[in-house]
Design a protein around this ligand. Structure first.
Ligand code: HEC
Length: 143
């Protein structure tokens, strides 16, 4: 009985790992996920500096904001075709409300271009200014 239990626990964790590592098959979907991941990574860098778990570095902070600005400016192109992939979390409403989706992407680019980070104390406000756009779009267009 115990062996059976161990075996099924092992099988279960193996299955979960397999799902987590399943590859995205559609390269266009992978490209737009990569852009989002880069944006997420940049926000994490800023968050770590704001928390103080990473020392404030003006150059690195500006570089992170640039990543958000540059990657978000590419979103309208990256999402233009309604590609599908089992791993994609993009909702079909993106393409039925395309102008709104583009407006939300542009708003993120504008927010990232407008912020200025001069010290660790100004990161919080910058993240808030950019962060609102993440939620605004994800709540409608991400599964
Ligand atoms: C204009 C809409 C829009 C904005 C703005 C937006 N996202 Fe996304 N994001 C999406 C969509 C759509 C997906 C799902 C893409 C897919 O799976 O095909 C996504 C997926 C992601 C993912 C998962 C990527 C992966 O590996 O699958 C992360 C992380 C992410 N976004 C972070 C952010 C952060 C951080 C911000 C704000 C700084 C942000 N996003 C702003 C639309 C947006």
């Amino acid at each position: 009985m115990r062996n059976l239990l161990t075996a099924s626990v092992l099988f279960l964790s193996f299955s979960i790992a397999a799902v987590a590592h399943a590859a995205v098959e559609n390269t266009a979907v992978q490209a737009r996920m990569d852009a989002m991941k880069a944006i997420g990574g940049a926000m994490k860098t800023l968050g770590n500096m704001a928390k103080g778990s990473v020392d404030f570095d003006a150059t690195a902070a500006e570089a992170a904001v640039d990543v958000v600005a540059v990657q978000s400016a590419m979103l309208p192109t990256l999402f233009e075709a309604q590609e599908t992939d089992p791993m994609s979390e993009a909702k079909p409403e993106i393409w039925t409300n395309w102008d709104d989706f583009v407006a939300k992407a542009n708003a993120m680019t504008a927010a990232a271009e407008a912020v200025s980070i001069v010290d660790a104390g100004s990161i919080g406000a910058a993240m808030e200014a950019i962060g609102g756009s993440c939620k605004g779009c994800h709540s409608e267009y991400r599964m």
